[in-house]
Design a protein around this ligand. Structure first.
Ligand SMILES: [Zn+2]
Length: 561
């Protein structure tokens, strides 16, 4: 066999199924509902793929692409407070402090085709082509590299679907919502097949994002232990959810037909999934615990009084849902120009930064300390005061009980240096509160969502977990191997190894050698390069209007305050 191993000629196809988890799909892999994945598991190496903490697509996919943890590549979430500011910034590729696999392959003279990878707008110049992701502003037609590819896709298929149509999300029309997600899979498959048939790529990547959206929305339909589980709805829609997965599997199968026998194919997710039961309103908790203070101005006092009466974004969300106005979601301009939401409701505009020690940004309990020298009105001194404050917040978070159940809300508190390493740890949240069984989601729709600290979840029933999936197959891959301890940072080095390209030594991941046969491992040596794969960064390039639109989209997905 070793005669036929030619890594330098080898192609790799990576199919991303955003948020796929064995917890949901293993039975369908076993019973043949998902025959393509069954073939991959039987004929290749597969296992749980541990991802970044917290498990957020933007940082996880960038860890996939760079082989590094967020402390090195710098992307910790979809949004983060800008350095030296309290303004919330959206992630963009300019902030990525590391070369991605498409840069490394381009440098090595290999061709890439990268489609729908999160955090690739604006698309980068590569040796090959790139179609950017759902963070592309709708007004922009510069979502491809080369730019002419957008016109070509327009002609070939009426344009590439950058994000699923979510018209029927959070409405009673669950069947129409699932149909939208199926359409997205079919359209993406059509686009991917067109690209595979007409363009050359040694590494081809495509992401199916609708999988994630479907699970957020429909988790409670299948999960009988979910507090929102409705047996009648479950009975009625279960088959549609199963059918979505059947079609997703079919799409994967159609794409794999395009891979040759020598190629390496990888099917993977960026994080796992599971039930989410409640919102945790972290800024409210910080305010009640005295770590965050509001201004004493009359307008803030008035807003606070109304807020106590329930006039808060979450209340409006409930109303919209109760009135079955979910289809208005996309037209519901909460915050055009940063305006309405901040004017009407309590927000960061009402925070008295000069008296505030900590604030939260993000949907996974990320807390930032208002440190002297780091924020314009920082009041916490670095060193002892900072450490003591972190201790205090962590201790109080662990004592916080859900008044409805008397159980803990927070399972673990991560200090940033425990989950990130590298020169950009300083940019990361100072603390991350991991909720009990991951069943609480930090409310990400607004700075302050409702007057309580915990509230029942609205508009979704599933959320991310750290355990994703990975399956590898092709020449040199051991059949039927179950991988143990695979991490999302391992994929970039593994792909480089399979393609015969030296691995930059600053990558955190390792080659998944357990996936390869002993013959292959002895024929092809793992090579490292002593070159660093760092690169300079800049701030995001979204215009203010585009940034607001993207934030609104992320808000729709539950991510942004
Ligand atoms: Zn998601």
């Amino acid at each position: 066999m070793s005669d036929s191993v030619r890594p330098k000629n080898r192609k790799v196809m990576v199919i991303g199924l955003d948020g796929a988890t064995f917890d949901l799909i293993r039975p369908w892999i076993k019973d043949g509902t998902m025959p393509t994945l069954q073939r991959l598991v039987k004929g290749g190496a597969s296992g749980v793929l541990t991802t970044t903490l917290p498990p957020i697509s933007s940082s996880a996919w960038v860890s996939f692409a760079t082989g590094k943890n967020p402390g090195k590549h710098g992307l910790v979430d979809f949004v983060h407070p800008r350095p030296s500011s309290y303004q919330i910034s959206i992630v963009s590729p300019q902030q990525r402090a590391s070369k991605a696999i498409w840069n490394l392959l381009s440098d090595a003279g290999r061709k890439v085709g990268i489609v729908g990878m999160p955090v690739t707008y604006p698309p980068e110049e590569v040796n090959g082509y790139m179609v950017s992701d759902f963070l592309t502003p709708s007004a922009s037609d510069d979502y491809t590299y080369p730019p002419s590819l957008a016109d070509e896709l327009e002609l070939a298929m009426g344009g590439f679907p950058l994000l699923p149509d979510e018209r029927y999300r959070s409405t009673k029309f669950t069947d129409k919502f699932i149909a939208d997600m199926v359409t997205d899979v079919e359209r993406r498959l059509e686009g991917a097949l067109y690209l595979l048939d007409n363009k050359e790529a040694d590494l081809f990547f495509i992401l199916f994002w609708s999988n994630d959206m479907l699970q957020h929305e429909t988790w409670s339909l299948l999960d009988e232990t979910h507090p929102d589980h409705d047996p009648r709805a479950g009975e009625r829609y279960r088959s549609l959810v199963v059918d979505f997965h059947r079609k997703l599997d079919h799409a994967v199968g159609r794409l794999l037909e395009k891979a040759g026998p020598e190629d390496l194919v990888i099917v993977m997710s960026d994080h796992g999934f599971g039930p989410v039961h409640s919102f945790f309103l972290v800024n409210n908790w910080l305010r009640e615990a005295g770590f965050l203070k509001l201004k004493k101005k009359p307008l803030t006092r008035l807003k606070y009084a109304l807020f106590r009466l329930g006039f808060a974004p979450l209340g409006v969300f409930r109303l919209v849902k109760a009135l079955r106005l979910g289809f208005l979601r996309r037209r519901f301009r909460f915050q055009r120009g940063g305006g309405l939401m901040k004017r009407l409701f309590l927000s960061f505009a009402d925070v008295d930064w000069a008296r505030t020690k900590a604030f939260a940004v993000g949907s996974f309990g990320q807390i930032y300390i208002n440190q002297v020298g780091q924020r314009p009105q920082g009041i916490v001194q670095p060193g002892k005061e900072y450490e003591e404050l972190r201790e205090e917040i962590a201790a109080q978070a662990l004592e916080l009980l859900d008044p409805r159940t008397g159980q803990r809300v927070v399972d673990r508190v991560h200090r940033r240096e425990e989950i990130y390493s590298g020169p950009l740890v300083e940019k990361a949240p100072d603390l991350v509160l991991q909720s009990r069984n991951w069943e609480y989601m930090a409310f990400g729709h607004a700075d302050f969502g409702a007057s309580h600290v915990v509230e029942p979840i609205v508009g979704m029933s599933g959320h991310h977990r750290p355990d994703g999936v990975v399956m590898l197959a092709g020449q040199g891959i051991e059949a039927g191997v179950e991988l143990d301890g695979a991490n999302i940072t391992d994929l970039a080095p593994t792909i480089l190894y399979a393609m015969g390209i030296p691995i930059p030594f600053d990558m955190d991941g390792r080659v998944l050698t357990d996936a390869f046969t002993p013959d292959y491992l002895s024929a092809v040596k793992v090579q490292y390069s002593d070159e660093l794969s760092e690169r300079p960064t800049g701030e995001d390039q979204y215009s203010e209007e585009d940034a607001e639109e993207i934030k609104e989209r992320l808000r729709g997905l539950g991510y942004v305050g």
